[in-house]
Design a protein around this ligand. Sequence first.
Ligand code: COA
Length: 169
Amino acid sequence: MEIRRGETHDAAVLADLARTTFYDTFAASNDSNDMALHLERSYGVDQQAAELRSPDIVTLLVEQDGKAIAYAQLRGEYRPECVTGPSPIELWRFYVARGFHGQGVAQALMDRVKEEARQRGAATLWLGVWEHNARARAFYAKCGFVDAGQHVFLFGTDPQTDVVMTVTL
Ligand SMILES: CC(C)(COP(=O)(O)OP(=O)(O)OC[C@H]1O[C@@H](n2cnc3c(N)ncnc32)[C@H](O)[C@@H]1OP(=O)(O)O)[C@@H](O)C(=O)NCCC(=O)NCCS
């Protein structure tokens, strides 16, 4: 398993992984039109290329045998009011392909995320996780995150409640 920074030429691979993991995670419990809208808005190849080029976003890709199996993205420009710790950075996206859950991939990626965040001068890592995503919430708690509040995540046309969690780096 290798964890590396994503580059612009990874846009198509990242778009495919991002679409698949998002769909696998949320399709069964959400409206299909909202899902289609969200996938179209967020995970096009051009959109991913722009994110990979952006100096404000760090993308980490996990590969095994040359295949992308997980990714994470950090970004820094926004924080909700409930995040009060110093020098915050957002863990914006964190997704492991379905066949690799429960195998330590997520833990290795989280360790690297924290390292990257520290390198960028952050002291507080925060994220928003859907209130009904019990597995992710349990995983983040295992990684030291605690609940800090809530914010709204617009999923297609559906305003959903995300629990905001933070950890001190
Ligand atoms: C969230 C994610 C990264 C966690 O990685 P993982 O490899 O599955 O995590 P782990 O197996 O190490 O930890 C998950 C924990 O949740 C527990 N768990 C599993 N299902 C659960 C459930 N329905 N409710 C509560 N806890 C649950 C597991 O038992 C495990 O805890 P344990 O190690 O103490 O037994 C991964 O599941 C994933 O990519 N999910 C889909 C994408 C996603 O939800 N991303 C987060 C978006 S904010």
